[in-house]
Ligand binder design. Structure first.
Ligand code: SAH
Length: 344
């Protein structure tokens, strides 16, 4: 298979054109600029000679992702995209409209290995990691379809981003570059189910992104029952890593807490959560669990969700309830699927 030019940082492209194409270094910058202006064909790179474009095309691809299907919500302006990668695999991305502009929720892997009980993305396991170019390719493909700039990115789609650490970090570099998509790190959120070691590595990079941590339970017994990763990184270890992250970056962590009726939404759970997070530079994002067909996973009433939020606030935490978007098109949290090809 041809090598995806979107897998290269600007520096890597400059090295590649000098070493492999025997071209001056500035050609790297020209190619990089074209990629993120959104060219979908080599012929559009008009300041490169025809022979050079042909030479490039022989070995390299532009990493275009194909929009196979687009589902538009009738409830809000959310759209779910089924995208095909160059090797034939499928992933999904979700576009959401907010008053401040468009946010895209992107995937980091084909499938997911984490096995959370309430999440559909993990049911078929993990097929493979996405490359940096495939991650940025989602933004490019959806932006092209939309015809408008996407200003915010959340890495909350299919996959565990910190289980694909190197490619995700490279993606963050490319997408942030002024000649790339120029999306500021402050406009990017990364969500993890709690790979404590990688949270520490990320902390050492001191990026301005928002880290979201999927907590969902407040003691090891409950958390391990719904999130297998907790057996490897129990809550104590995870919270230590979170405190380290806050100390290093001085950034507020957003803790996601998916409320599952009768499992983690009681008064005692709220009290434990307050005990765990009180005094930390953080925010709690409550997500009423979305149906995925899993047994015993039900959404509580709106009243109970609001009651839980109130308890947290009385306990001194700041907590918001995540607005459910695109649930009629299976685009809400936890509903994206690795087996998306069933749709194709
Ligand atoms: N692997 C990362 C990225 C996924 S982000 C992570 O776990 O954080 C998606 C968010 O939606 C996570 O907080 C995840 O736990 C949550 N989620 C998964 N399934 C859900 C469901 N059925 N209802 C509501 N939220 C869900």
């Amino acid at each position: 298979m041809k090598r995806n030019l979107k897998d290269y940082t600007l520096e890597e492209l400059e090295n590649m054109v000098t070493a492999e194409l025997k071209q001056p270094k500035f050609r790297g910058k020209q190619i990089f600029t074209w990629l993120y202006r959104g060219v979908t064909d080599f012929s559009q790179m008009t300041d490169l000679s025809k022979p050079l474009r042909e030479q490039l095309e022989e070995t390299y691809s532009l990493g275009n992702l194909t929009v196979v299907k687009k589902y538009c919500s009738k409830l809000d302006e959310t759209r779910r995209y089924l995208l095909q990668l160059e090797d034939g695999n499928y992933i999904e991305s979700v576009l959401m409209k907010y008053h401040h502009g468009y946010t895209i929720c992107i995937s980091s892997q084909v499938g997911c290995a984490m096995g959370c009980a309430f999440c559909a993305s993990t049911r078929g396991g993990k097929k493979r990691n996405l490359t940096a170019g495939e991650i940025v390719g989602q933004v490019m493909a959806v932006q092209r379809d939309l015809g408008e700039r996407i200003s915010n990115i959340v890495m909350m789609g299919i996959g565990e981003p910190l289980d694909n650490y190197d490619q995700v970090l490279k993606f963050l570099e490319i997408v942030n570059h002024p000649l790339g998509l120029n999306v500021g790190h402050r406009h990017i959120s990364l969500s993890t189910c709690g790979l404590a070691e990688k949270i520490r590595h990320l902390a050492d990079r001191d990026l301005q992104i928002t880290l979201s941590v999927s907590l969902h339970a407040t003691n090891d017994e409950k958390r391990s029952a719904i999130m297998p990763i907790n057996r490897k990184y129990p809550i104590g270890i995870l919270m230590d890593a979170c405190r380290y992250y806050i100390k290093k970056t001085n950034r507020r962590i957003s803790f996601e807490y998916t409320l599952i009726e009768g499992v983690n939404d009681g008064e005692a759970d709220a009290a434990e959560l307050i005990g765990l997070l009180k005094g930390m530079l953080c925010h709690v994002n409550l997500i009423p669990v979305n149906p995925t067909g899993a047994k015993g996973i039900r959404q509580g009433s709106r009243k109970s969700v609001e009651g839980f939020q109130k308890l947290l606030e009385m306990g001194g935490l700041t907590a918001t309830i995540r607005r459910e978007m695109g649930s009629d098109i299976q685009a809400a949290c936890g509903q994206l699927r690795a087996q998306a090809e069933e749709d194709a």
